[in-house]
Each structure stands twice: as structure tokens, then as C-alpha cells.
Design a protein around this ligand. Structure first.
Ligand SMILES: *Cc1c(COP(=O)(O)O)cnc(C)c1O
Length: 460
């Protein structure tokens, strides 16, 4: 049986266009208004303000069209105005916007839970809880693991990112800007969080097998925490903010096997990697692991705020009635959007689309890496791809991070009309997160711009 797939349709012309000065006068005016009322702690990657967005294009208030290689941080995988999502949201808004599932429940919440039970790895019985943000999902996965195990310790990894609330700041590895800066700290942070080494193939001192990298982390847990004290191991199967780090093959299976043996809840934080982003519904699938609990958000609902935890029924049902929830968690409009977004992912085979994007981007970037010596590594899966930049001539030796080149490349791309995001513990990674509905032609144009910016930075 062949699957019938539909093609995306676009409202906005899918073409890059920069007109006149940059940022334009209307964006400059909004920037001035913003400076008077919006807190300085909230930073934006680009200085232009959005008027419209569709497919792979973001249109600013001055009429500039940018190619979007960020998807609002891996959120708008189905596009920023998918017609199916827009219709589902309108329909739901016309009936009711909110009742609170904890007060008077509705079908959409249940339908999303059914969908997540079917899509997440493993055919065991599952339960789901819905929330609003990724951080909230992570917090609640930890709450469940602690109740279910009667233990308190949580293990997180080097280069991890899990959010900005108090608990998730503590779970996040990078200090500046998430936890502190030289000017001050957001702490104190929550106790009983322990950090162990990640498998980061590009930055290992010597090549190390995935199983051995897992053993290194496990030994540290056994010696410094005690397996019997650990409620949960929390890990991004492909790390996001930390630098799109794909662990060595065998690392995740060895960790899950050991966690299972010790009665430790294995939580996969798929907030960034989930929902077709890596060419599979979840990044966990690439290594055949079945997490006890999965956290989800970003790509789940076509841009509407929704997050979820789905996991083993025995774990989730260990929590007393009333122990989990929140006023807005599983908002009916967000649930309608999620059901429509997931349907678009299925109908347009966005997993296949992500794999096609990988082929198109990787082919070009690997060839470029052979010519340009500031590219340390090209990595990632599906449409979650990254370039790690190093100082010229150090790729085969000290691999000195090159944050300056990374920033120069992002700036040059923006001026030419391509929005790209950076990340990484050392600020030296360009990450590519195009909407999965981007056309081949638009992506090719963006890659031309990126390649030019990289060659320029390498020659500087
Ligand atoms: C973005 C992110 C979070 C936090 O999600 P928010 O919705 O910003 O709270 C948590 N984990 C991972 C892996 C993320 O990428």
C-alpha cells in the first residue's frame, strides 16, 4: 500500500527579498517602543518585527521576506500558518476557549492523549498529562518519577538544556545566560540534581564507544550518588541548545538498559527533537530505545502553546488525584491545534520530508566542510542539523571553539535575508531548523547564502 501524501500550500510568495535599509523604519520604530516597556532580559535574535509568516517565509513590517531556518526554535514544523491548524483553531475558538480540564473536561484533551499513546515508542499501556511549556513538562516528569520511585536524585548531563524555571534551570548545564551571568545569579537552585558526562563524539579526548561513554556516566552515578537513590535519568536523545549533540551509537541503549535494571525512571526530553524533526516521530526511535516517560512540546501543536508527558501507566498512575495539573494545561484551542498539526505531519509525510531535507543539506555542507577549515563538524539528523565552528587549523587537533565566526555567519545570513540560530555550550554552533514544509528551492537559496557567509568568515 502506498501512502497518499498531500503537498503544502502557501499564502505568501516563497521568495527571499530584502528591500532598502535594514532594519527598516517600521521595525526601528517598534524597537524604540519596545525599549521603553519590554524588559531588557528578554533578547531577540533578529531586530525586525513580524507582520506575517507562512511556509518557509517570515515577512517583516517593512516588507522584507526572510527565509526561516529557525521555525521559532523548532516549533513551526508544519509552517507558522498551516491551513489545517488555522481552521481547527478558529473552529474551537468559536465554541469555547477554556473551561479548565480539572474543572469541566472535554474531548480534545483525550484525543491528544490517544494520539500520543499511539505515536510514542513502545506498545505498553501509557498515560498522558498536558501542560503549556517544555519546562513545565520536564518539571512534571520529575515529579512523577519521584513519587513513583520514592527516591529524590535526578541525573542530568553535560551540555543539557531543560528550561528556565527553577528546577529546569538547575537541570540545565549552561550558566550564562540561563542560570547566571557575571552580574548575578538566578539561584539558589533546587537540590538533588547531579550532572554526569555526556557522549559528545566530536569533543572526546580519544574515540570512545557509546557503551563505554555510558559506562563512564554510570560509574559516576554509582560511586557519587548510589543507584538506589536515583529517581530519574533525564536526557535529550539529541541535545538541542547544547549544540545539537548526537551521542555515540550505543550510548542511549546502554543507559536505558542500566536504568531499567536499577528501577530508575528513564526520561527522554524530546521537547526539541520530537514530532518529525529528526525524520522520525521521536529521536529515541533512531536507537530503538523505549523511554519510561517522554517530554514533548515545541513542534507538537503548530505554534500553539502545548506540552505533554507520556509514559508508563504504572508510573503516571502512581500520582494521587489532584497531584498533577494546572489552570491552562491542555487548553482546548491548543489541543485542537495539536490534532490538526499531527494530521498535517501524517498527510504530508513530514518524517519523509525531514529525511529529504537532511539529504539536501548534508550533501552540500559535507562538501563545504572539505574545503573550509573552520568547520569542525557537520552533524544532526533529519531537519535538526548543525555546523560546529573551530579556529582555523584546529579541527584535527585542539578544536578551539570559534564563536566569533559563528556570530559573523549568523549576522551575514540575516543581512542577506536568512534567519539562522546559533547554539552550543561554546556558542560556536550554527543550527538549522527549517520548517519541514519549506520547498527545496527556498532551502537551496538559503544554503547558497549560508555557504557564502561561511566562505567569507573562513577568509576573514
Ligand atoms: C526548549 C526546550 C525546553 C524548554 O521548553 P520551554 O517551552 O521553553 O519551557 C526543554 N527541553 C528542551 C530539550 C528544549 O529544547
Amino acid at each position: 500500500m502506498t501512502m497518499q501524501t498531500t503537498q503544502p500550500t502557501y499564502r505568501l510568495e516563497q521568495k527571499r527579498k530584502i528591500t532598502g535599509e535594514f532594519p527598516g523604519p517600521k521595525s526601528a520604530e517598534l524597537g524604540a517602543r519596545r525599549a521603553k516597556v519590554v524588559a531588557g532580559g528578554v533578547a531577540s535574535s533578529v531586530p525586525v518585527y513580524v507582520a506575517d509568516a507562512d511556509g518557509g517565509i517570515i515577512l517583516d513590517v517593512d516588507g522584507n521576506s526572510f527565509i526561516d531556518l529557525g521555525s521559532g526554535i523548532a516549533v513551526t514544523s508544519v509552517g507558522a500558518s498551516d491551513p489545517a491548524v488555522a481552521a481547527a483553531v478558529s473552529e474551537q475558538v468559536g465554541r469555547f476557549t477554556h473551561t479548565c480540564f480539572m474543572v469541566s473536561p472535554y474531548e480534545g484533551y483525550i484525543a491528544v492523549a490517544e494520539k500520543l499513546a499511539a505515536l510514542t515508542p513502545g506498545d505498553h499501556e501509557k498515560r498522558t498529562v498536558l501542560f503549556n511549556s517544555g519546562a513545565e513538562a520536564v518539571e512534571n516528569a520529575v515529579k512523577v518519577a519521584r513519587i513513583a520511585t520514592g527516591r529524590t536524585a535526578v541525573v542530568a548531563f553535560d551540555h543539557a538544556y531543560h528550561g528556565r524555571t527553577n528546577l529546569t534551570m538547575g537541570l540545565t548545564a549552561k550558566a550564562n545566560p540561563y542560570k547566571s551571568s557575571p552580574a548575578g545569579s538566578f539561584g539558589p537552585f533546587a537540590p538533588e540534581i547531579y550532572r554526569v558526562p555526556m557522549s559528545y563524539p566530536f569533543r572526546e579526548e580519544a574515540e570512545i564507544k557509546g557503551e563505554d561513554a555510558a559506562r563512564r556516566a554510570i560509574t559516576m552515578i554509582e560511586k557519587q550518588i548510589g543507584a538506589e537513590n536515583v529517581a530519574a535519568i533525564l536526557i535529550e536523545p539529541i541535545q538541542g541548545e547544547g549544540g545539537f549533540i548526537v551521542p555515540a551509537e550505543g550510548f542511549l541503549p546502554a543507559l536505558t538498559a542500566w536504568a531499567k535494571e536499577k528501577g530508575i525512571v528513564f526520561i527522554a526530553d524530546e521537547v526539541q527533537a520530537g514530532f518529525c524533526r529528526t525524520g522520525a516521530w521521536f529521536a529515541s526511535e533512531h536507537e530503538g530505545i523505549v523511554p519510561d516517560i517522554i517530554t514533548m512540546a515545541k513542534g507538537i501543536a503548530g505554534g500553539m502553546p502545548l506540552s505533554a508527558i507520556t509514559g508508563r501507566a504504572d508510573l503516571l498512575d502512581a500520582v494521587h488525584p489532584g497531584g498533577l495539573g494546572g489552570t491552562y494545561g491542555g487548553n482546548p484551542v491548543a489541543c485542537a491545534a495539536a490534532l490538526a498539526a499531527i494530521q498535517t505531519m501524517e498527510e504530508q509525510d513530514l518524517n519523509g520530508r525531514a529525511r529529504a531535507i537532511e539529504e539536501q543539506v548534508m550533501g552540500r555542507l559535507r562538501a563545504l566542510a572539505g574545503e573550509v577549515d573552520i568547520i569542525g563538524e557537520v552533524r544532526g539528523r533529519g531537519a535538526m542539523l548543525a555546523l560546529e565552528f573551530v579556529q582555523s587549523g584546529t579541527a584535527g587537533s585542539t578544536k578551539e571553539p570559534n564563536a566569533a565566526a559563528t556570530k559573523a555567519i549568523a549576522d551575514a545570513c540575516l543581512k542577506a535575508g536568512v534567519i539562522i540560530l546559533t547554539c552550543g555550550t561554546y556558542g560556536n554552533v550554527v543550527r538549522l531548523l527549517p520548517p519541514l514544509v519549506i520547498s527545496d528551492e527556498l532551502l537551496a537559496d538559503a544554503l547558497d547564502v549560508l555557504e557564502g557567509a561561511i566562505r567569507e568568515a573562513a577568509a576573514a
